[in-house]
Design a protein around this ligand. Structure first.
Ligand SMILES: *[C@@H]1O[C@H](CO)[C@@H](O)[C@H](O)[C@H]1NC(C)=O
Ligand SMILES: *[C@@H]1O[C@H](CO)[C@@H](O)[C@H](O)[C@H]1NC(C)=O
Ligand SMILES: *[C@@H]1O[C@H](CO)[C@@H](O)[C@H](O)[C@H]1NC(C)=O
Ligand SMILES: [Cu+2]
Length: 377
């Protein structure tokens, strides 16, 4: 029997308060009908151990959420209880194939995002340690320049391939391309992300998995986490962060978010948490918009390696599988002594791998994957 993992909003008084300030968090309960394991698709770059060079092309362009374009016909969609329906056409429900082509984010509005090869977040790169990586970045945006940094990869001997704008390279202009050629090292869970301005908060990132050689890959579940702002573009969010955020209905200043020890986090607000680009907007502590969530099909008794990638803009998140213990395996490309814990806290840029075996006789057929925000105000 398979069961599913998904995200849930852990509501407490405090977080309800946080919600009132629009620093809302993760979400969402969902019925597990026809669950599908998000497999690597043809847009992903999954290389074989025998490949001498691992090639990947990243075409970067703007896209809009909550629309579906088929045969040059674009239709607006809306979320409904974990599924999508067309706004016109008698609210017809989208097929699974149609749904997979819609970028939803948190299902709110029709937002501008940065997609890579049409995906949000971008495709996954899987290579083997010391393989040559050739990643071609093509900037198909109309006005923005871009660079892509490979976060967690050491770039020994190739610092000019690191992708940091104005430091290791000039930004890639609209219509131009740049080929990153470097060695895949170290093994572990990493990511690539934009390294100019705040484009990362608009979705310009993706998972990079470097496998060790001569060992089986086993079953893995790759998860990117994102703190999603559905109101502001990246530049506006940055300006509000360095100046002040206001509640425009009252004119009051919105207080900063703080960590539990009272330190200031930020003025960057996020309305929804996204797992692999999908989440739900909670209008209040009891009401969400029913946008589709990421789902994983798992088998009883099977052991999985989870690769959790902190692609958040600013916030740490506490990650756990509801009611389950997990065993830490590694972080940021380093092995950890096997340590069994109930949850872990992941900061922006960090990666954690853990092992978990699905129970043999589960009395439930769904298990929640939860990432909750931990700011106190
Ligand atoms: C959905 O897409 C897959 C892959 O492109 C295709 O094989 C399948 O036939 C499609 N299913 C339907 C119902 O169109
Ligand atoms: C939050 O942090 C700010 C800035 O450090 C500080 O002024 C404020 O008192 C803190 N609030 C709480 C509740 O700790
Ligand atoms: C998790 O670990 C704790 C501490 O060792 C143990 O008491 C508890 O039964 C474990 N829970 C599960 C679901 O295995
Ligand atoms: Cu980085």
């Amino acid at each position: 029997m398979g069961f599913c993992i998904f995200v849930l909003n852990i509501q407490t008084e405090r977080q309800a308060l946080v919600f009132a300030f629009l620093f809302a968090l993760f979400c969402c309960l969902q019925v597990c009908d026809g669950a599908v394991q998000p497999k690597a698709t043809e847009e992903d770059c999954i290389c074989k151990e025998t490949d001498e060079v691992c090639h990947c092309t990243l075409e970067i362009e703007h896209r809009l959420t909550m629309i579906l374009t088929e045969n040059r016909n674009t239709r607006l969609v809306y979320p409904d209880n974990g599924a999508l329906r067309f706004r016109a056409n008698n609210q017809e429900r989208l097929s699974e194939n149609q749904t997979s082509k819609v970028i939803t984010a948190d299902g709110q509005g029709s937002r501008l995002v940065i997609a890579i090869n049409g995906k949000f977040p971008g495709p996954r790169i899987e290579a083997y340690v010391n393989q040559k990586l050739h990643v071609t970045v093509i900037n198909k945006m109309h006005t923005d320049s871009v660079t892509v940094h490979f976060h967690g990869l050491h770039q020994y001997g190739t610092p000019w391939m690191d992708g940091v704008a104005f430091v290791t390279q000039c930004p890639i202009l609209p219509g131009q391309r740049f080929v990153h050629k470097f060695n895949a090292y170290p093994p572990g869970s990493s990511m690539y992300h934009a390294h100019i301005g705040d484009q990362r908060s608009m979705g310009l990132f993706g998972a990079v998995v470097i496998h060790p050689r001569n060992v089986g890959i086993g079953e893995q579940i790759v998860i990117t986490l994102q703190d999603w702002n559905h109101l502001m573009d990246a530049e506006t969010a940055y300006q509000r962060m360095i100046t002040q955020q206001f509640d425009f209905s009252t004119g009051e200043v919105i207080p900063t978010t703080n960590s539990s020890d009272g330190a200031m986090f930020s003025r960057y607000e996020f309305q929804s948490g996204l797992v692999n680009g999908k989440g739900r907007y909670w209008r209040s502590s009891t009401q969400n918009n029913g946008s589709p969530l990421e789902r994983f099909e798992i088998k009883s008794g099977q052991t999985y390696r989870f690769r959790i990638i902190g692609a958040t803009t600013l916030y740490p998140l506490r990650v756990f599988l509801h009611g389950q213990n997990i065993t830490l395996l590694g972080s940021d490309g380093f092995d950890l002594t096997n340590l069994t814990v109930q949850s872990l806290i992941i900061q922006p840029g960090e990666r954690y791998d853990f092992r978990w075996t699905a129970p043999e006789n589960a009395n439930q057929n769904e298990i929640m994957f939860v990432a909750e925000s931990i700011e106190t105000q």
